[in-house]
Design a protein around this ligand. Sequence first.
Ligand SMILES: *Cc1c(COP(=O)(O)O)cnc(C)c1O
Length: 394
Amino acid sequence: MKDIEKRGLNTKIIHAGQHIDPATGAVATPIYQTSTFAFRDADHGAACFGGEPGYKYTRLGNPTTEALEKNLATLEGGCGGLAAATGMAAVNMVYLTLLGQGTHVVATESLYGPSRMILETEYPRFGVESSFVDSSDPQNVADAMRDDTKLVYIETPANPTLKMTDVAACAEIAHQQGALLCCDNTFASPYLQNPLELGADIVLHSMTKFINGHTDVVAGMVVAKDAEVLARLRKVHYNFGGTMDPHQAWLVLRGIKSLALRMDRAQENSLKLAHFLENHEKVSWIRYPGLESHPQYELGQRQMRGPGAVMSFGVRGGLEAGKTLINNVEIPALAVSLGGIESLIEHPASMTHAGIPLEERLQADITDDLVRIAVGCETYEDLENDMARVLDMI
Ligand SMILES: *Cc1c(COP(=O)(O)O)cnc(C)c1O
């Protein structure tokens, strides 16, 4: 589609990176399920390896995967995307490219569990030091910066606390120090938030969540704002090998087309459920960016186009009451992950964030009573009735 950059967000979601197949007229992007591509002759092969456009080998680029990369790059306003086998392959692509011997990273303390754990357990072997701070106050990020800080890595809204971080403020802090800012935009998706436009250098997604949205694929994506950073990331990514399979790319392309529709519905359900929970006597606290009681409600209004569809809350009676809740709900499945068409509920302290030492977990506000719910697209009344029934059991 011509001038895709100038079209509306929904048009971009559906059309960016896609084209009618010139050979057959196929409207859906075909799956180029091939590991390798034949060259016309020796000179053509040499030209492709010399940097001219042309497919060589699927780990180094594939038309189906590229369609998805172009789609995300357009949605995030970056110069290009790199599709990864999983969200964690995307996270590590960024870490491995920007961090090494004698470097330091400042990161949000309540990161996605493995994004934090791997910095604590594996990267010290390569001489990387990390500081985890409550980035919801940018001053904490500024205070943690050092001369050898190469990366500021934030997640907003963060998992599972739903704390938000001011992307523009962190970009300024990172750039003053010559560091790059990377933002994990998984919770918001490009439908609700565009960190590159707010000043970040790199944005990444676990496309397993809202982007694919159908709980049937794991996938990741990194989008860079400028070509030099993209080239550095690409070199590391292609050689470490966490690249995406074309069939996987096709599934995500199919999923993303309904992103706006799913997100609108899930968000509508979330807002209603959040108000219901906030007013329920058995609920001791709730955090959701769409509630005015969220400590950073204003920031959310400023940098996001909507509050998303994930919330965390505590029930009176702590962990045991929380267990009664998650063991007895009928609609949300007791499962980790989020952003699917169906609702999911989980207990971070014993599941996704169990690998983080207790003291650090509490420091990051991931308390034992915290229950996280990712709200799906079911009939709202069913969700509320289900929750009401179980809260009455507590
Ligand atoms: C799920 C998730 C990841 C990791 O993605 P995978 O696809 O599971 O590897 C990273 N960041 C956030 C915020 C996530 O929710």
